[in-house]
Ligand binder design. Structure first.
Ligand code: PXP
Length: 261
């Protein structure tokens, strides 16, 4: 199965907001730079199959206008990352999002830090998923849970009605960096094993298996090789590399690594 690449363009918007936070985007020529809409286009030209944006409660990077402009422009699948709030459910529905990834949202975190606690809020998750899917016949919307590689969370995701689980690869990425990618090191092997086990459970329960967070040009291949992997969601490393190579080439290089795995 071909592993698809989802490129998260939030960091492009973060850079724009560093300069233009207090200005109305509509009043800026070209909507301010760097423009995440142009970034989405470049990522698609580099081969991204999915464009991901995280609309946060405080709109600290991606803004409502970005979403409005992206929706008709993006030909790849659009994945809207969001907290499980009533406001976000309304926005996802009004944009007809084809994929939604529910993430925990801490106000002070720079980026998403831990997986969503689906097991601890099962009733809320069921109701959010039902509202996202209501009145949307097949293929409708794919709803994914960003969770830690933990059997309890995988089972909860299934009973809540999620279609997919995105396993949090942050702990693996940390372990990888700490031991310089030494695959014989027990801590790194332990993190990979947790992802293998959770991935197996996700697939055995009939959900799609995705993964992301902290993946980069050095550590992506062992994750791309996991059995049944559908999508990898990557932001920071690709946008960082684009400073040197341009986004199109940065995406192409990540695709080459994933395909070569
Ligand atoms: N997946 C999810 C659910 C995320 O929230 C993020 C961004 O924090 C990513 C993947 C991409 O992570 P990174 O920027 O570390 O590649």
């Amino acid at each position: 199965m071909k592993v698809q690449l989802g490129v998260n363009i939030d960091h492009v918007a973060s850079l724009r907001q560093a300069r233009y936070r207090d200005q109305k985007l509509e009043s800026l020529r070209g909507y301010g730079e760097p423009d995440p809409v142009r970034a989405a286009h470049e990522a698609e030209m580099g081969g991204a199959e999915i464009i991901t944006v995280h609309l946060r409660e405080d709109r600290r990077h991606i803004c409502d206008l970005d979403l409005k402009r992206l929706a008709p422009m993006v030909q790849a699948k659009m994945n809207l990352e969001m907290g499980a709030t009533d406001e976000m459910v309304g926005i996802a529905r009004s944009h007809g999002a084809e994929m939604v990834t529910l993430v925990p949202e801490g106000r002070n975190e720079v980026t998403t830090e831990g997986g969503l606690d689906v097991a601890g809020q099962l009733a809320r998750m069921k109701s959010v998923i039902a509202r996202l899917k209501e009145g949307r016949p097949a293929p409708g919307v794919v709803v994914s849970a960003f969770i830690d590689a933990d059997a309890k969370q995988v089972e909860a995701a299934k009973s809540a009605g999620f279609d997919a689980c995105e396993l949090h690869t942050g702990p693996y990425a940390h372990a990888f960096a700490n031991v310089g990618g030494d695959m014989l090191c027990p801590t790194l092997r332990g993190e990979i094993q947790k992802l293998i086990d959770a991935g197996h459970a996700v697939r055995a329960l009939g959900m799609r298996l995705n993964a992301g967070h902290g993946l980069n040009y050095f550590n992506v291949q062992p994750i791309a090789r996991l059995a049944g992997m559908s999508e990898l969601h990557i932001g920071h490393s690709i946008v960082s590399r684009s400073v040197y190579t341009g986004l199109r080439e940065a995406v192409r290089e990540m695709k080459r690594l994933i395909e070569g795995a």
